[in-house]
Design a protein around this ligand. Sequence first.
Ligand SMILES: *Cc1c(COP(=O)(O)O)cnc(C)c1O
Length: 426
Amino acid sequence: MNHFELLDGPGGAELACEDVPLARIAEAVGTPVYVYSSATLERHYTVLRDALVGAGLKDPLIAFAVKASSNVAVLRTLARLGAGADVVSEGEVRRALAAGVPPERIVFSGVGKTEAEIAFALEAGVAEINVEAEPELHLVNRVAQRLGRRAAVAIRVNPDVEAGGHAKISTGKSENKFGVSFSEAERLYANAANMAGVRPVGVACHIGSQITDLAPMEQAFGKMRGLVERIRAEGLTIERLDLGGGLGVPYFNQPIPPSPDDYAAMIGRVMQGLDVQFAFEPGRMIAANAGVLVARVIHVHERPEGRRFLVIDAAMNDLLRPAMYDAYHDIRPLRPRTGEPVAYDVVGPICETGDTFTRDRLLPPLEAGDLVAFMSAGAYGAAMSSEYNSRLLVPEVLVKGAEFAVVRPRPTYADMLDRERPAPWL
Ligand SMILES: *Cc1c(COP(=O)(O)O)cnc(C)c1O
């Protein structure tokens, strides 16, 4: 469920975010622009938390995956509800802290943390560092000792299950670069318990993204439970079990993911009687349907052979998912249009064939100046945006009720050029 609906206005019905017509934001801020709904963000967080608590998990840590939507205002909206943050770089630790996420709710994941990043995270007092490889465990141990600290660590396991979804977002097969095997995890956990600079507190997994089938998760989580029990059987203590993120969202026309209730009920069943604190790292399921990308039609280019290109002012640098993952985004005109649907190739202005959002998409007839919204663009949208082709970084707007705020303004061309420096010999 989300808060992007048609609203009746003086000029007829138009697509709005909560109580704000998207066209009003487009006029005020220009296009392309990302628009997020506070109500949807809050609802998704609350629905997940209530489902997990309802399934018998007491006081779960829900650490929002900052990489999905890293705007500080988005993070603050969630932090106010008690969300933590799952971060994968020093920049993301800084964003989470800037948003008011308490350090004891920050989980530091990621395949290649540098010494400087580990030191920063330890000084900040993050809850846990998820260690992904043996050399990293030794590095954390060394850095923590140098700082006179003891780092709480969890060992990230690669459960070696096939989670479905796109190959580029599958992370839980042993051929993927993430985490260690179960036997390796047991060994590292025991080693960690003997290290002066670390304190093992848990184990973690994250098997992929946009998962629409509970079976691989159930399989992985069952194995994670077994691991916790084996570690305890060795006489070691373990407090936390981090089950990652990855739950899919209902993208229009795509397989329907399990509901948060079904996901939580499955976890409740698999984990029944296991006394640990559970942690989760959801990104997409909280943010995807809480955001849209609004763009304007520049022109319609009809080829004599029949292809019809809808050229818009958003491009792959603003929304990379279609180019990178063949992702499908529903595209809706901000004002409902009548007329027989027409097949368009929707493209951006970038000089790459990959700058194609979709081909042969049936849409109502559109013309230059019309506004459209890419739905379900709140996760891995603005967070992946760039200035490729020297296009200005796309702005972001947060809506709450009848109000909106520009939470990342569009830079100016001067801002863009001022970041660079001449070389002394030029
Ligand atoms: C990307 C990522 C997530 C979030 O995945 P979603 O599919 O957006 O829920 C969580 N944990 C880790 C370690 C990740 O890399």
